[in-house]
Ligand binder design. Structure first.
Ligand SMILES: Nc1ncnc2c1ncn2[C@@H]1O[C@H](COP(=O)(O)OP(=O)(O)OP(=O)(O)O)[C@@H](O)[C@H]1O
Ligand SMILES: Cc1ncc(CO)c(N)n1
Length: 277
């Protein structure tokens, strides 16, 4: 009976809001909607933000965070989840406690640290807590290059460095690793994937010459969550996420004066369906 009630794929984002609608929970929910899963959210932080930057942020108190998790656990059946902006060490610890307390399916950790405009979204002194407490829970971790540098405490300039960093992240406890190459300015953007069984591959796409890349990382990880919730394997979900985010960057929309948001309808434009990727 309960299985029938909760048969529609439901997913969860645990992150911060973006009043400008382009990143964080807003990007996640738009991606979930476009990828045909039912999106839910635990709000950890609220930001006053637009395409020009982050003007203010507010971290929610522990009881409010715990109650959001409890409300979902009492009623819904979440098949996969992701984390985004977690703010500081104590919020990382509170989220970790709730990830351990209930079953949310595969956990995709997007270790958000700094917004495209430069605002700090994770206190630097929380990095150790992320390494020690959150990474071991990660089915997949999806750092960008600066985040991978912080988490592995090394400069990353070559493909070999990227591969070494991915292995280090596995040693810290993440089962699978996707290092995003959007911050490297080469003509081809290259992301590196290292899977739990030791196999690996590069995902390549032509760089789109645009500054409208607000929320690219959120959109990629949210799409992976959506595909996993629909029963696809991790490699398929990652390839689909890459295809979706590339389309969402390419089919640009004109919103805001700065780092504009993506076009979350772009998958429909390119006729992408979850089954065919
Ligand atoms: N200009 C671009 N053209 C094509 N693909 C891009 C571009 N910029 C980023 N990407 C892709 O978008 C995805 C996200 O990468 P990126 O490194 O930008 O993440 P991020 O820094 O976490 O994003 P954000 O902080 O804005 O959420 C990756 O698959 C990356 O290759
Ligand atoms: C709330 C929030 N989460 C994540 C990002 C990074 O894209 C952002 N700019 N804002």
């Amino acid at each position: 009976m309960d299985n029938e009630i909760n048969s529609f794929p439901q997913v969860l984002t645990i992150a911060g809001t973006d009043s400008g609608g382009g990143a964080g929970i807003m990007a996640d929910l738009k991606t979930f909607q476009a990828r045909h899963v039912f999106g839910t959210a635990v709000v950890v932080a609220v930001t006053a933000q637009n395409t020009l930057g982050v003007q203010n942020s507010f971290m929610l108190p522990k009881a409010m965070i715990d109650d959001q998790f409890a409300a979902l656990a009492d009623d819904l059946h979440i098949r996969a989840c992701k984390t985004g902006m977690l703010g500081d060490a104590q919020h990382v610890r509170w989220v970790v406690a709730n990830l351990k307390k209930y079953n949310w399916g595969p956990v995709i950790v997007d270790p958000v640290m700094v917004a495209k405009g430069g605002a700090v979204l994770l206190d630097p002194d929380a990095i150790q807590t992320v390494q020690q407490q959150l990474l071991p829970l990660a089915t997949l971790i999806t750092p960008n290059l600066p985040e991978a540098e912080q988490l592995t405490n090394q400069k990353i300039t070559t493909q070999k460095n990227i591969q070494q960093a991915a292995h280090q992240l596995q040693e810290l406890g993440a089962q699978n690793v996707l290092i995003k190459g959007g911050h490297h300015l080469a003509q081809q953007v290259q992301d590196y994937v290292l899977l739990a069984d030791g196999s690996d591959f590069w995902l390549e796409a032509p760089r789109v010459d645009t500054n409208r890349t607000h929320g690219t990382g959120d959109t990629l990880s949210a799409c992976i969550v959506a595909e996993l919730a629909q029963g696809h394997d991790l490699t398929t979900a990652i390839r689909c996420g890459k295809q979706y985010v590339t389309a969402a960057i390419k089919h640009t929309i004109q919103v805001g004066h700065g780092h504009g948001p993506l076009n979350h309808w772009a998958g429909q434009k390119e006729g992408l369906t979850h089954a065919e990727i």
